[in-house]
Design a protein around this ligand. Structure first.
Ligand code: UDX
Length: 465
């Protein structure tokens, strides 16, 4: 295997930026592809496995399955070193010192809970190939208590007692669009171990420290705790972020009723250090493959544990978030004179956030589809996500330029805050539309610029001038 370094015997290896490890990454979706590339970039020998041969072949040939700034370049440079290889044969990962489980945990169809099929399948398949001294590191987002279950499943598949399977739970905190930065220089590392304080746990921590040596040497905090706490850290962090967004969107609803301005309000409360400005961006709310499904899975798991009351507020967080999408449709209808039927609506943005081509649970596409269902003709533009949207969410008319999107529009909706939209010169669009009305669903455009160019500017949570 090219670049496949022979592994030195554990536990002679210790936390040092000089020592590289032999690593496997199981699952090459968003998390796994980024993790594999970043680990190879750090100097480790990495073999990444996926059941999907097409994906494996594409990655091995330098093609990423997703848009993430910097990933193509880092994949190319890592492949060129020979330290990064891809395989669809799990037996190829048997030499690894450390195996990272990076498979997806989507929302189960028709339910709130997470679907753990892929995590369990990875554990069952890995067991027979696991060296006795190898460490398994779980990164997927899972319901609390999964780590221990996984350790038992791996043990069964490996034919040894669970106490002889080394497993650390090390949740990821990647933001799409910043995934490389978040992998190489995260805010913190969290290690969940089976029995904190034991020599076995210390050996596992030392091995994982060796993998992350460079970031640790740069001062990234590392926290060691038990499995349930580590699993909960991830979902608690996402629940907090979702709550912060829904909080400001609830304030947005109150501002709309009272004639206040949510942007001014967020700016003012954010100056309080205890609150801070981040994640107080009011608008059409959160989407993507993490926050929505993670808060639902968290509620479902709390229910199973008999702690559902503790998380009933997340139901409201979810409801506020979805209400913003409906409110956007109402504003569009109002702007079109009370009906969407027969109107032309331009939608700027399809991805759930900028700098990503991910359309999972995208507020923009939900809104576009609702407006289309109300009888409007909807034209959607996005700088990066059109190729995915055309396949996965056919329905709206996807167009390649902003000019095409706005041609003849009765209203333009700004739903994903790409820099390209923020940089638009509104005066170049005025003559293309039927009526120059823009509704800013992200509160990121400059109202004065649009108004000066002759547009009626409206936004969620801001007074209608
Ligand atoms: C999130 C977490 O940030 C990350 O730590 C976790 O590992 C995975 O989930 P991500 O889904 O990539 O990451 O996006 P994030 O930047 O958190 O944004 C989530 C959603 O919230 C987006 O739809 C974004 O548009 C929205 N958002 C964000 C707001 O509506 N307002 C804000 O102020 C911030």
């Amino acid at each position: 295997m090219p670049g496949w370094a022979a592994s030195a015997a554990f536990p002679s290896r210790r936390y040092s930026a000089e020592v590289t490890q032999t690593i496997s990454v199981i699952g090459t979706g968003y998390l796994g592809a980024v993790h594999a590339v970043c680990m190879a970039h750090l100097g480790h020998a990495v073999i990444a496995y996926d059941v999907d041969e097409t994906k494996v072949t594409a990655l091995a040939n330098g093609r990423t399955p997703l848009y993430e700034p910097g990933l193509d370049e880092l994949l190319a440079s890592s492949l060129a070193t020979g330290r990064l290889t891809f395989t669809s044969n799990l037996a190829d990962v048997a030499d690894a010192d450390v195996h990272f489980i990076c498979v997806g945990t989507p929302q189960a169809p028709g339910e709130n809970r997470a679907d753990l099929t892929y995590v369990y399948a990875a554990a069952d398949a890995l067991g027979p190939h696991l060296r006795e001294d190898a460490l398994v590191v779980g990164k997927s987002t899972v319901p609390v208590a999964t780590a221990e279950r996984l350790r038992r499943r791996i043990a069964t598949a490996a034919g040894r007692p669970a106490s002889q399977v080394r497993l650390v739970w090390n949740p990821e905190f990647l933001r799409e669009g910043f995934a490389i930065e978040d992998t190489l220089t995260p805010d913190r590392f969290v290690y969940g171990v089976a029995e904190p304080g034991t020599p076995e746990a210390e050996a596992d921590v030392a091995l994982l420290d060796a993998v992350y040596a460079k970031s640790l040497a740069d001062g990234t905090p590392r926290l060691v705790m038990d499995y349930p706490s580590a699993e909960l850290v991830k979902v608690a962090a996402n629940a907090f972020l979702a709550t912060k967004i829904s909080f400001i969107n609830a304030m947005s609803e109150v501002c709309e009723a009272a004639g206040g301005d949510v942007v001014a309000l967020a700016e003012a409360i954010g100056h309080d250090d205890r609150i801070g400005h981040k994640f107080l961006g009011a608008g059409v709310g959160f989407g993507g493959g993490c926050l929505p499904k993670d808060i639902r899975a968290f509620m479902a798991r709390a229910g199973e544990l008999g702690a559902d009351q503790a998380l009933t507020f997340l139901r409201e967080v979810d409801a506020i978030n979805l209400r913003r999408r409906a409110r956007m449709v109402d504003l569009a209808r109002e702007a079109c004179g009370g009906t969407l039927h027969g109107r032309t609506v331009a939608v700027l943005g399809a991805a759930f956030k900028p700098n990503s081509d991910d359309i999972r649970d995208s507020p923009a596409l939900d809104i576009a589809e609702m407006i289309q269902a109300a009888g409007a003709s909807v034209r959607v533009h996005d700088p990066r996500a059109l190729h995915v949207a055309r396949v996965q969410r056919p329905g709206p008319d996807y167009v390649d330029t902003v000019q095409e999107a706005v041609a003849g529009a009765h209203v333009v909706l700004h739903l994903t805050e790409w820099q390209e939209y923020r940089d638009l010169d509104p005066s170049t669009l005025t003559t293309s539309v039927t009526t120059p009305v823009i509704i800013d669903g992200r509160n990121k455009l400059d109202p004065a610029r649009w108004r000066e160019a002759g547009w009626t500017y409206r936004a969620l949570g801001r007074p209608h001038i």
